[in-house]
Design a protein around this ligand. Structure first.
Ligand SMILES: [Zn+2]
Length: 113
């Protein structure tokens, strides 16, 4: 009589960093082999390499947003100072037909506090 044995599925080789200085082995079952090591779908090196441009673009966009937000209060203060003190701010621009104060108000509306 044959005996069945339960084959434990291979685990992913990757180590997961928790972000607080701790790390643990990935708990996912392996799906692919790469350079003789087993990886899950999340840590598949080929998949991660393919997703790298998207990941980097997201990081750049996030940084650009952070930089814009960091400067927003200074930009707002500068524009408000110009609107408050600049002579001729309520003079109508001949081309646009708007006053410079209105143009500054439009820009200020686009800046989040
Ligand atoms: Zn994994």
């Amino acid at each position: 009589m044959n005996e069945s044995t339960i084959i434990k599925p291979a685990r992913c080789f990757a180590v997961v960093h928790t972000g607080s200085g701790f790390s643990h082995p990935c708990k996912n079952n392996a799906k692919v082999m790469s350079n003789g090591k087993a990886y899950c779908g999340v840590h598949d090196p080929a998949r991660r390499e393919a997703a790298r441009p998207v990941r980097e673009a997201k990081a750049r966009a996030k940084f650009a947003q952070w930089r814009a937000e960091a400067r927003a209060p200074q930009m707002k203060a500068l524009l408000e100072a110009i609107r408050a003190r600049c002579p001729g701010i309520h003079t109508t621009d001949q081309e646009s037909g708007e006053t410079f104060a209105t143009l500054i108000d439009n820009i200020l509306e686009g800046i989040d506090p």
